[in-house]
Design a protein. Structure first.
Length: 248
C-alpha cells in the first residue's frame, strides 16, 4: 500500500512514523509513506496556501489551487485506484470498520485540514470521503492523519506477527477486550484470577468472553448494539443481568 499525506507540517510525523510498527512496516516494504508539504504546490511568492473566505467570516481557508495540484501530482494514473480522504471535524467518525475498509485500498491520499477548513471545491471535486477521529477540537488534521495511518497499517498483511492478534483486539468485533495478566502471580497482594491458572482452556475461554461482555456493558454499552451476539453471548448477558439484580 502507498499512503501520501498532504500537510503543512510534515515535521510533525517524523517521530511517530520512525518507530514501532510503522517503522517496521516501512522497512519491510509493506507500506510506502510519503509526506507532502502543501506549500510546495503554492504559486504565491511566500508559499501562501490560505486566504480569507468570500462573504466574510472568521479565520482563513486553505485555497483550492495547491490542493488540486498536489492531489493530481500524487494520484495514480488510474484515478479509481486512489482514495482521497480529508481529515476534518465534519467528517464521518472513524472506527475499526473504516480502518479495515481503508486497509483494502491500494493507494490513499490523506489531506490534513487546517485553519477554518478548505475551499468547498476541494470537497466537491477531489475528496472521496471526510473523516473525523472525534467530537473535539484539534489544531489541524495532522494528528488524525497519524491515527488513521497507524490504524490502517497494522491491518496490512504481514505487518503484525499474528493475524489472530489483530482479530482479537478491542473494537474488532466490536467488544472491549477481556482483562489480561502476566507474571508475577501475586503482586502487592493482588492475585491473578485462579481460573487463568487452571489449565482448563474451555473454562478460560468462557471466562474471557464473560469479562469482555461485562466490560463492554459497563463502559461502552453502545457497542453491544453493533456486536453480532451468538446464543452463548446472550446467555452470558442474561446471567450478568440476573446476578446484578440479586445485589438489590
Amino acid at each position: 500500500m502507498r499512503i501520501d499525506i498532504i500537510t503543512l507540517f510534515p515535521e510533525m510525523f517524523q517521530g511517530p512514523f520512525d518507530s514501532s510498527i510503522i517503522k517496521r512496516a516501512r522497512e519491510q516494504k509493506r507500506v510506502q509513506l510519503n509526506l507532502v508539504n502543501l506549500r510546495d504546490y503554492s504559486r504565491q511568492k511566500h508559499r501562501q496556501v490560505d486566504d480569507y473566505p468570500y462573504g466574510g467570516g472568521k479565520g482563513m481557508l486553505i485555497k483550492p489551487e495547491p490542493v488540486f495540484e498536489a492531489v493530481e501530482a500524487l494520484r495514480s494514473h488510474e484515478r479509481e485506484k486512489t482514495r482521497v480522504v480529508l481529515l476534518c471535524p465534519k467528517g464521518e467518525l472513524f472506527n475499526q470498520g473504516k480502518a479495515k475498509s481503508l486497509a483494502e485500498e491500494g493507494h490513499l491520499i490523506l489531506i490534513c485540514g487546517h485553519y477554518e477548513g478548505v475551499d468547498q471545491r476541494v470537497k466537491d471535486e477531489l475528496v472521496n470521503e471526510e473523516i473525523s477521529i472525534g467530537d473535539y477540537v484539534l489544531t489541524g488534521g495532522e494528528i488524525p492523519a497519524m491515527v488513521v495511518t497507524d490504524s490502517v497499517i497494522r491491518l496490512l498483511p504481514g505487518v503484525l506477527s499474528s493475524t489472530k492478534s489483530v482479530e482479537e483486539e478491542s473494537f474488532y468485533e466490536p467488544l472491549l477486550e477481556y482483562p489480561q495478566y502476566t507474571r508475577p502471580e501475586v503482586f502487592q497482594g493482588l492475585r491473578v484470577p485462579e481460573i487463568l491458572l487452571s489449565g482448563d482452556h474451555e473454562k478460560i475461554r468462557l471466562w474471557r468472553r464473560q469479562q469482555s461482555l461485562l466490560k463492554t456493558l459497563e463502559k461502552r454499552p453502545d457497542l453491544l448494539q453493533k456486536a453480532q451476539l451468538n446464543p452463548e453471548d446472550k446467555k452470558i448477558l442474561e446471567e450478568i443481568f440476573t446476578d446484578s439484580l440479586k445485589d438489590y
